[in-house]
Design a protein around this ligand. Structure first.
Ligand code: GDP
Ligand code: IMO
Ligand code: MG
Length: 427
């Protein structure tokens, strides 16, 4: 049995990473969110209750688990406080939380500028969550960002804020927008420091100590490989890298500590926001899947775009993120269809390709090449083993394994923690 598992989305996000992280958290000592911020929405359902976490790691429901928000995240302290309050109001009061002192901090001007930049793009929207994720990462790399650890040093925080505001107010003036005042932000963030200060620490030291002790550590990715800043459908991506390759950098551990990577994959595909999506469906089948899978954004409520499973995407994720196993999610949603399709290649300008093109115009010209398999009518939401599945559903799994060379280690047949079937023990 391996001690360090990375959970990574293999599509355009919302694959069920929250559910599967919570599932494996039963065995974990530490759960680490390693990138993204409150653009994520991770849903966890158990004992008749449904929670949607945005930046808090999905191990928060288990009092013994150390939950880490690592340096690769962008942390919005306002949102963290309201998430914690919402959890506490629902009885989740006994938890362990650690926030990296090196994590980039989302400031009020970031979400304002996120919205303003999107508005300026006219018809060429990215469709961001408007949480200020892109502008916060941009400031990090531009070296004018503030970090969570700055909250613990009011003088330094004030200096960094003044410097950043000089630039941000210049931009806001240029856009004809209201400027932001130092005093208001300073007062608000010092109050947040009082509330969150006890959680802020060097999380790389903590994770390395846990690894040295032999603890079981689960790394929880947000978004998905196709939203990766490097390997996704740029520019229709988020501003961080969700791949397993980013885990060492984003958490401060050595690459050799990653034992296994679990690719979380819907039995079909969804996308929220703009950008190419070769297997996208419209009409009756799209509506059927959207309603059965409740495919509406956890963060923004937007209807998710829906399509068939795309193995060009999955194989791309396998290559760039090194997937050892798959977790097949929302499998129950496909029951009731006469046939199901799997995209095995694209046709681009008359040529068959199985590698993802790098530019949007090429991607948009890609036509999916499908294999069509018999569907199954049976409800599978109570299935407890692979053998209980209808033959056609078994074949669907076998086909995915055959065409990707990756074993399905776990399948999910409903949103509840109990509606999860282990096929191979991996953690
Ligand atoms: P994440 O962002 O990857 O954590 O995924 P989201 O939580 O945004 O979206 C996944 C949605 O599917 C949530 O509403 C989950 O409750 C739901 N879900 C997860 N697994 C299953 C499943 O196997 N079947 C069904 N029907 N719903 C599921
Ligand atoms: P989880 O972790 C699905 C999408 C947005 C937009 C693009 C850029 O729940 O899977 P951003 O606000 O990050 O700058 O938006 O990325 N996006 C997601 N889509 N699931 C997510 O997270 C997402 N996080 C960002 O819709 O298209
Ligand atoms: Mg989500």
């Amino acid at each position: 049995m391996k001690n360090r598992l990375v959970v990574v989305g293999t599509q355009w996000g919302d694959e069920g990473k929250g559910k599967i992280t919570d599932y494996y958290a039963c065995n974990a000592d530490v759960v680490v969110r390693y990138q993204g911020g409150n653009n994520a929405g991770h849903t966890i359902t158990f004992d008749g209750q449904r929670f949607a976490l945005q930046s808090i790691p999905s191990g928060i429901f288990k009092p013994n688990i150390k939950n880490v928000m690592a340096n690769g995240m962008v942390v919005n302290p306002v949102s963290v406080v309201s998430e914690l309050e919402a959890l506490e109001n629902r009885g989740i009061k006994d938890y362990k939380l650690y926030i990296s002192n090196r994590a980039a901090m989302v400031m009020p001007y970031h979400s304002v500028l996120d919205g303003a930049m999107e508005a300026m793009k006219g018809g060429k929207l990215i469709g961001t969550t408007k949480k200020g994720i892109g502008p916060t990462y941009a400031d990090k790399y531009d070296r004018i960002g503030l970090r969570m650890g700055d909250l613990l040093d009011p003088e330094y925080f004030a200096m960094r804020l003044r410097d950043a505001l000089t630039e941000k107010n210049m931009i806001l003036r240029m856009l004809g927008m209201e400027e932001m005042t130092f005093d208001a932000i300073y007062t608000q963030y010092m109050a947040l420091a009082d509330r969150l200060g006890k959680y802020i620490c060097d999380t790389s030291v903590l994770i390395n100590e846990e690894i040295a002790k032999g603890s079981k550590v689960l790394f929880e990715g947000a978004q998905g490989v196709m939203l990766c800043i490097d390997h996704g459908t740029y520019p229709y991506v988020t501003s961080s890298s969700p791949t397993a390759a980013s885990v060492p950098q984003n958490t401060g551990i050595a690459p050799r500590y990653i034992d296994n990577v679990l690719g979380v994959c819907k039995a079909y595909t969804t996308r929220v926001g703009e950008g190419p999506f070769p297997t996208e469906l419209d009409g009756d089948i799209a509506n059927y899947i959207r309603e059965r899978g409740h495919e509406y954004g956890t963060v923004t409520g937007r209807p998710r775009r829906v399509g068939w499973l795309d193995l060009v995407v999955l194989n791309h994720a396998r290559r760039v993120s090194g997937l050892d196993y798959l977790s097949l999610m929302l499998f129950d949603v496909l029951s009731g269809l006469d046939t199901v399709k799997i995209c095995v290649a694209y046709e681009l300008d008359g040529k068959r390709i199985d590698i993802m093109p790098s530019t949007i115009p090429q991607f948009q010209r890609c036509k999916p090449v499908y294999v069509e398999l018999p569907g199954w009518k049976e409800d599978i939401t109570d299935v407890k083993s692979f053998n209980e599945l209808p033959e056609a559903a078994k074949n669907y799994i076998r086909k995915i394994e055959e065409l990707t060379g990756i074993k399905v280690a776990v399948m999910s047949v409903g949103p509840d923690r109990l509606q999860t079937v282990t096929l191979h023990d991996i953690f």
